[in-house]
Ligand binder design. Structure first.
Ligand SMILES: O=C(CO)[C@H](O)[C@H](O)COP(=O)(O)O
Length: 208
């Protein structure tokens, strides 16, 4: 299981500092959607330049213009780009085409998808590499991603699965009954005073 650090609310300098603090405990750095809205591709570029061996996901949550938008992130140094699983198949195909040109990967965010099992299968057939069950920031008070993970894992297999949405060192043990390929943690690390300790605790839990 890989630990993905989600950076959503910091600036580029802060992002580089956080990655420095936690790099030995994480496998993937996510430049989150709010950061991209604020700073464009600068953080993708800078983190990928300074950490050439780290996988970087640009969480673009692409909804349209799949190939064009994914190209922007891959050209900036991303190794994975996210698309919305609910969008048109044409958009998904475009993002997958872009990823293949760049030797990168595509993660589909399943927020708002109702028919999870069926859509996850279709997305994999369209060439998507990872299916991410995700409890949106705005509904984390009332929802959790675990039931969705069970469904998607049954449908496409654990090696394709990612999970996100409010995970932290208290809740991450619930992931252990499944074995998704990628566990995404944002505030559960970045919101902690000792980020390195939080990342280590989560990584240790995941490694058993
Ligand atoms: O994509 C996101 C929000 O849309 C976040 O990056 C993702 O939910 C992880 O952050 P957190 O662990 O803080 O929920």
């Amino acid at each position: 299981m890989k630990l993905q650090l989600a950076l959503d609310t910091c600036n580029t300098e802060e992002a580089l500092q956080i990655v420095r603090e936690v790099e030995s405990f994480i496998d993937i750095v996510e430049i989150g959607t709010p950061m991209i809205m604020h700073y464009g591709m600068e953080p993708v570029q800078k983190v990928s330049e300074q950490y050439p061996d780290m996988r970087i996901i640009a969480d673009l949550k692409i909804m349209d213009a799949g190939e064009f938008e994914a190209d922007i992130a891959f050209n900036a140094g991303a190794s994975i780009v996210s698309v919305m699983g609910i969008t048109h198949n044409e958009t998904i195909r475009g993002a997958v085409k872009s990823a293949r040109k760049a030797n990168g990967k595509v993660l589909a965010d399943m927020m708002c998808v109702v028919n999870l099992e069926e859509r996850a299968k279709e997305l994999v057939e369209l060439g998507v590499d990872y299916i991410c069950v995700h409890t949106a920031h705005d509904v984390q008070g009332t929802q959790s991603p675990f039931a969705s993970l069970a469904k998607v894992q049954d449908s496409v297999g654990s090696e394709r699965c990612a999970i996100a949405g409010g995970l932290n060192k208290e809740s991450v043990h619930r992931v252990l009954e499944y074995s998704p390929e990628i566990i995404i943690v944002g505030n559960g690390i970045t919101g902690q005073e000792n980020k390195s300790q939080a990342a280590k605790q989560i990584k240790d839990l995941l490694q058993g």
